[in-house]
Design a protein. Structure first.
Length: 90
């Protein structure tokens, strides 16, 4: 805001960062879960496990939705802060 950005732009930046973290978390969680299931499934349960690409879409959608929902109000509050008051506290 001190450089001329609007509150809407700042809120959008925070939400885009949350969306990116949600996508990365969903992809990482899917990959880690799939690798563990394929490797440990036959050893522990004696059941062959095949990767399910449809679950990747669900993992990305759910993790992105959760991060956006959890970060909406903090992003809105951060976007409304006065930059002068914020810099004084540092």
């Amino acid at each position: 805001m001190s450089l001329g950005a609007t509150s809407f732009l700042i809120q959008r930046i925070f939400l885009m960062k949350a969306l990116l973290l949600g996508i990365v978390g969903g992809v990482g969680g899917y990959l880690l879960g799939t690798v563990l299931a394929v490797v440990l499934g036959p050893k522990l349960a004696g059941v062959p496990v095949l990767p399910m690409p449809m679950l990747a879409l669900w993992a990305i959608l759910i993790s992105s939705g959760l991060t956006l929902a959890a970060s909406y109000f903090p992003a809105r509050r951060a976007a409304r802060l006065d930059p002068c008051a914020t810099f004084q506290e540092i």
